[in-house]
Design a protein around this ligand. Structure first.
Ligand SMILES: N[C@@H](CCC(=O)N[C@@H](CSS)C(=O)NCC(=O)O)C(=O)O
Ligand SMILES: [Fe+2]
Length: 256
């Protein structure tokens, strides 16, 4: 478990300074992303897909870096781990939780495709990427001269590096997933919510070329997805009911 940076600030141009950290939770192989506008006096920050088990680590990092956490965001209702968005709200006054309206979960802000989530002068744009779940969204850094270049896409479980999210529960559909990805420019950086093989970052172009599932035609993709034969995530029965409530179904034991 550790905190490290895969694209340093110097690799990301744009007149506004993005502070970026990719964080890992080893039990569920989940990536949490910390983004902040470091050129803004308040250094407003957000966390994408934070996990309950690593909430303390993430909040310590936010404090050490002198950031003001304003949003705790999910890409979808996770089935394999409990989100820390509710826990973080209970520990840091003023933080707002965010999830898509289509996910049918609770949060302070229910975002829809096309919405922009501002942190200082930087923002994330909401793109609908359903198929792994009905309410999956991808958050993409802003388009514009003042925004980080190349753009960065936080794809949740829709697009994984050389893989993709399973489509066998939570309203999943291989047809829908096939159509909902690869709508971004090829140089867009891909930051997934999970990696099981040790990858940290890819690009849309790289995945279009080398992703063994998504380089097939739709029928081939469907065949692969129908034959994954993956066991259900170990924590699914706990995680899903908790995550529709910002992970707060059993908050008493976690908040203390
Ligand atoms: N073994 C893990 C669960 C692994 C799993 O099902 N991962 C999901 C993303 S979390 S909903 C997935 O879509 N995997 C795609 C794949 O091809 O592996 C556990 O028990 O938690
Ligand atoms: Fe998932």
């Amino acid at each position: 478990m550790g905190s490290y940076t895969t694209a340093s600030e110097s690799q990301l141009s744009g007149s506004k300074k993005l502070l970026f950290r990719q964080l890992f939770e080893k039990d569920s192989s989940t990536y949490t992303y910390l983004l902040a506008d470091a050129s803004h006096p308040d250094k407003p920050a957000l966390l994408v897909d934070p996990v309950d088990k690593t909430a303390e680590r993430d909040l310590s990092l936010v404090k050490e870096l002198g950031l003001k956490l304003i949003y705790a965001i999910n890409t979808h209702v996770h089935a394999d781990h409990v989100t820390s968005t509710g826990l973080i709200k209970s520990k840091v006054p003023g933080v707002k939780s965010i999830i898509s309206k289509a996910s049918n979960a609770q949060a302070d802000l229910l975002i829809e495709p096309g919405d922009k989530v501002y942190f200082g002068d930087l923002f994330l744009e909401v793109h609908a990427t359903p198929g792994h779940t009905l309410g999956c969204v991808t958050y993409v850094t802003g388009d514009g001269p003042d925004q980080p270049q190349p753009r960065m896409a936080f794809t949740g479980d829709a697009l994984l590096i050389r893989g993709c999210g399973r489509t066998d529960f939570q309203g999943g559909s291989s047809e829908t997933l096939y159509k909902s990805i690869f709508t971004l420019p090829k140089d867009t950086l891909v930051y997934p919510a999970h990696d099981y093989k040790g990858f940290t970052v890819s690009t849309v172009g790289e995945e279009m070329k080398y992703n063994p599932r998504l380089t097939k035609d739709e029928a081939g993709f469907k065949g692969i997805m129908e034959n994954l034969n993956l066991p259900y995530p170990k924590m699914m029965d706990v995680a899903v009911p908790a995550n529709v409530l910002c992970g707060l179904q059993d908050v008493e034991s976690k908040a203390n």
